[in-house]
Design a protein around this ligand. Structure first.
Ligand code: URA
Length: 185
């Protein structure tokens, strides 16, 4: 019998995402963006949806927001390879509009499979949309840095890195939230 490893299982999910036609977003995508990082990561970060650059490269957070995300991780002694980064919605919404509830609902099965394979100790949701999709609550300025439990997983909402690009005053809070996330036992 062929043994499937964790990486094989995650790669299987990734293949399904790349060829997915379950919602209309597949028509305009260039590449589906499954996510990447350490399959055994302690920390899983979940963004909203791929943007233009992510859509072209098939990789999450490779644009300017991703550069800030890398800086926030470096600040707590982590590299991108040591965490797992994905999005709620795996294909880019046209013109970077917000993902629709139906799209997030349709894509949820992929995210659930990824979470249950990686079994992270802690999940950071990046921004309001990801937070709403994962813990069902909105209002990131109230929720950021706090701990929630969702189906046995600890979740800490974080500001979306793009928010720090528009409003550099948020960056101090973003650093503190990232510290709270990594120091969670
Ligand atoms: N914003 C997101 O939410 N996800 C990405 O992958 C890139 C930008």
């Amino acid at each position: 019998m062929v043994q499937m490893t964790l990486s094989d299982d995650l790669e299987q999910v990734a293949r399904e995402i790349r060829s997915c036609t379950r919602c209309p977003l597949h028509r305009e995508r260039t590449k589906g963006v499954p996510g990447e990082g350490d399959p055994e990561a302690r920390i899983m970060l979940i963004g909203e949806a791929p943007g233009d650059r992510e859509d072209r490269e098939g990789r999450p957070f490779v644009g300017r927001a991703g550069t800030l995300l890398d800086t926030l991780l470096e600040n707590v002694g982590l590299s991108r390879e040591e965490v797992y980064v994905t999005n709620v919605v795996k294909c880019r919404p046209p013109d970077n509009r917000d993902p629709r509830n139906k799209e997030a609902d349709t894509c949820r099965a992929y995210l659930t499979r990824q979470i249950n394979l990686i079994k992270p100790k802690i999940i950071g949701t990046l921004g309001n949309h990801a937070t709403k999709a994962v813990i069902g609550r909105s209002g990131i300025s109230e929720l950021h840095g706090r701990e929630f439990v969702m189906e046995g997983y600890t979740v800490i909402p974080l500001y979306h890195p793009a928010a720090g690009l528009y409003n550099p005053n948020l960056v101090d809070d973003m650093k503190k939230d990232m510290e709270a996330l990594v120091s969670h036992k």
